[in-house]
Design a protein around this ligand. Structure first.
Ligand SMILES: Cc1ncc(COP(=O)(O)O)c(C=O)c1O
Length: 493
């Protein structure tokens, strides 16, 4: 045996070959990003193109990397989701910050597992998560946060911690017993606009949909504090066990922010866990002019926040922030013998991330967050948010000024909800629902702009979320034109 590494065994690449291939990939990405705004936002795939991808057999002989890259260029790149385009206003999907794209490449090159240990990636994650906490005014002392795939995973972790604490308060241990014994039914309080991931988490945690108590909201879709108080009292009287309020700081429908301070008062009086779903909206708290709307966020027991939304960190990058770091560790820590380490010995390091959540092997998500936040700086984060808030107001102005458009909700953050409503159809909600659904589908397929839908007071709403760092007022005008032209054409037909 020689001591030389074998650089020819697949999938190894000779270093010079790797350099050439990676340069080629960088050129491809740079050209793609440079030309993105001139291309259609979205290009539906033909049945043949879909089949070619889905049914392609894996060859027995390997293929040259250049040929694989070429296949990506011809078969994948033209059919990107579209969220890199400045006229993409769908769901809550931002474009990737270019530095985040580079970071993902660097992270893959190191390929650490961030389960824990004494290597730089762990400390990068500690710093990046602390920066998130500081940006939104969440207390850092004694808290713990970790990066996960997104707010769905963050919510699952947060609610598991909440369930653990509730059991401890009642003198039992849910980790030991599970939910196999007769106990009062746990109840969690959510506004009608609370995200579906809260219900999913409740289901996965064995609480069932029945655990979800929907609390009435005001006309701006914010949870009503008085109704919450009454619901908790009624549930207690009925022998149920209230344990958690899952509030929203930016609902996915309209961007509504629940009255967090009032909810925090109820939670502290009733000894309930306050979870805040700030997947989309929590970053708004970074803006001093918006801080008052987020009062109470600092009193939350947990927050879900997605850097892969407003901060443009490439997916997947979600964060769960928990006020009581010790409790979170208690809710998840399970260290098998073969992973036992000591802090200052060998690979030891800080308490491992794998003790605070579900995953053992964890990717180096932190690098793209760490690099994107440094590139933006605190001022850059604020400017990004402020810009989107103001563009959303501008879009609402365009909608309000158009005689054939009707706005369906207040603009709370960067989301505008409206519909195409020509004079002849006003008041006919069902006809407008059907028409607007087709308007949305045709605008999406046209490639001119991209927006999605929500349902507001039982009416179909077109929903545009401004989240691209490069969107301009002319992109807003293009969206409005696309909707009006498509609407007029369909209504005439
Ligand atoms: C308000 C809100 N909460 C939770 C989620 C779920 O987040 P993720 O898709 O990152 O799991 C979303 C996703 O759009 C959201 O907008």
């Amino acid at each position: 045996m020689t001591g030389r590494p074998d650089k020819s065994a697949p999938p190894a690449l000779d270093p010079e070959h790797f350099r050439r291939l990676a340069h080629e990939a960088v050129d491809l990405v740079a050209d793609y990003l440079a030309g993105i705004d001139a291309a259609p936002v979205f290009q539906p795939m033909s049945p043949a193109e879909r089949a070619a991808l889905m049914q392609e057999p894996l060859g027995s002989a390997g293929v040259a990397p250049e040929a694989v890259l070429e296949r990506f260029r011809s078969a994948v790149l033209p059919h990107a989701m579209g969220n890199g385009h400045p006229r993409f206003f769908g769901w809550v999907n931002s474009p990737p910050a270019p530095i985040g794209v580079v970071a993902d490449f660097l992270a893959a090159a190191l390929n650490p597992s961030c389960a824990g240990g004494d290597h730089a990636a762990i400390y990068v994650e500690r710093a990046a998560v602390r920066w998130l906490m500081e940006l939104i005014g969440f207390p850092t002392e004694g808290s713990m946060g970790l990066l996960v795939s997104g707010a769905s995973a963050a919510t699952l972790i947060a609610l598991a911690a909440a369930r653990h604490r509730a059991a401890l308060q009642d003198g039992w241990n849910v980790r030991a017993e599970g939910l196999q014994h007769a106990r009062p039914a746990l109840r969690i309080y959510v506004s009608p606009d609370g995200h579906s991931c809260i219900q999913k988490a409740a289901e996965v945690l064995g609480l069932g949909v029945q655990a979800i108590h929907r609390i009435a909201a005001d006309e701006r879709h914010r949870m009503d504090v008085g109704s919450l108080r009454a619901a908790v009292a009624a549930d207690r009287a009925a022998g149920k066990r209230p344990f958690c309020v899952a509030a929203s700081a930016g609902t996915v429908g309209t961007g509504a922010i629940d009255p967090l301070d009032g909810l925090a008062d109820v939670c502290s009086a009733e000894r309930l866990w306050l979870h805040v779903d700030g997947a989309y909206g929590a970053v708004g708290a970074a803006l001093p002019s918006q801080r008052a709307r987020y009062a109470g966020l600092a009193r939350a027991d947990s927050v879900a926040l997605d850097p892969h939304k407003w901060l443009s960190v490439p997916v997947e990058c979600g964060a769960v922030l928990v006020r009581d770091g010790r409790l979170l560790r208690e809710a998840f820590s399970l260290v098998p013998d073969y992973l036992r380490t000591e802090a200052d010995r060998g690979f030891g390091g800080l308490p491992w991330y794998s003790e605070y959540g579900i995953q053992q092997t964890r990717g180096f998500r932190a690098l793209k967050l760490w690099m994107t936040l440094q590139h933006l700086g605190r001022d850059g984060v604020r400017d990004l948010v402020a810009r989107h808030l103001s563009l959303a107001q501008r879009l609402a102005g365009l909608v309000d000024a158009a005689p054939d458009l009707e706005r369906l909700a207040e603009v709370e953050l960067s989301i505008v909800c409206f519909r195409y409503a020509p004079a002849g159809l006003r008041g006919n909600d069902r006809a407008l629902d059907a028409l607007n659904k087709r308007v949305m589908e045709e605008v999406q397929a046209s490639g001119a702009a991209f927006l999605t839908q929500t349902t507001l007071r039982d009416r179909f709403a077109l929903r545009a979320c401004v989240l691209h760092y490069a969107t301009t007022e002319s992109d807003l005008a293009a969206l409005v034109d696309a909707v009006r032209e498509t609407g007029a054409r369909l209504a005439a037909g």
